[in-house]
Design a protein around this ligand. Sequence first.
Ligand code: COA
Length: 357
Amino acid sequence: MKTENPSPASPNSPSLTAGIDALTVRMLGTGCYVPERIMTNTELETIVDTSEEWIRTRTGIGERRIARSGQATSDLALAASQQALETAGVMADELDLIVTATISPDMLMPNTACFVQSRLGAPAATCFDLEAACSGFLYSLEVARHLLLAGRMQTALVIGAEKLSAFTDWDDRNTCVLFGDGAGAVVLRAEPATTPVHGILSSVTGADGNLAHLLTLPGGGSRHPTSGETVAGRMHYLKMAGREVFKHAVRCMSDAANGALQKCGLTIDDVDCIVPHQANLRIIQAIGQRLNVPMDRFYMNLERYGNMSAASIPVALDEAVRNERIRPGDIVLMVAFGGGFTWGATVMRWGTAGNGR
Ligand code: COA
């Protein structure tokens, strides 16, 4: 089997700086956190002109989690990160890197990863946020993976965390029924490669900025600095042309999935579990048709959480690992699409060659 990272090195490779070909990047542990408060579709009927039946049939969403007022994205990220570190058996002070994928940072500055770093106690970590909307987690994985493969860093925490409820227009039924709050995190480590490679096998990322206008949060940046006018125009909330987004999401996610598989010499038939970005059940069904895979190959939690943007994939991944939908040795395909437009897909073999974690 061909991999992007063929890694012929022996398991006893002496040094993590021996070179890219000798290393692989493996997920040592995952974690997630969702706020306790559940908002059902029925509750939304009391807020906007919608119905439980419309939301369920058009999106597949049944309920979503909403963070407390005063609870910020870094609070959700911290809880997910603590669980990921514990599962990985890694201490915070071992972290060389923290990347937080988010479109709902605590503040424009400083970055959310710095808040997490301070509360975890990870003084050696380089910290930054990465904004690629719903593709942010897979973009962050890819950036972190290459920083680790470069040999200067060994251990990274990659987080996807969102408090989308703070940026949701609760008067807009086109968007407010779709989103929810939550966070997921993974601990990555560069290790001498084994045969077969356990860890990330390949990844593709892409973007089309020509379609940026279809999914935006226009207010509060340098284009439209916050003013009475931007607030009155509700420009501090997410705006979306849903039907257009839908169409592109299906095509881009299917192509990204095929691209990542091709890159590591696998086919869709080799994949044990697909963890897709959880935006709309109908999008996933359409992707299933295009890829010719049955729905039971996808791990879905959309019904319980809605679309948590950058947090959707790491939360789903953590659940799938914990409930053993993903087992040691499984080939896992993660695939995402989001504002920008951005997209990405990552293939990995779960666990280790040895003890199977
Ligand atoms: N309740 C009831 N009716 C609603 C509604 C709601 N919450 N939201 C929209 N509608 C109405 C619309 O006003 C429209 O009415 P009209 O025909 O009288 O104008 C009708 O439902 C159909 O709207 P349409 O946009 O065609 O619905 P759709 O089948 O495309 O579903 C989305 C809308 C948003 C659920 C769907 O387009 C979608 O999921 N898009 C992608 C979203 C996404 O993934 N975003 C994140 C990117 S990762």
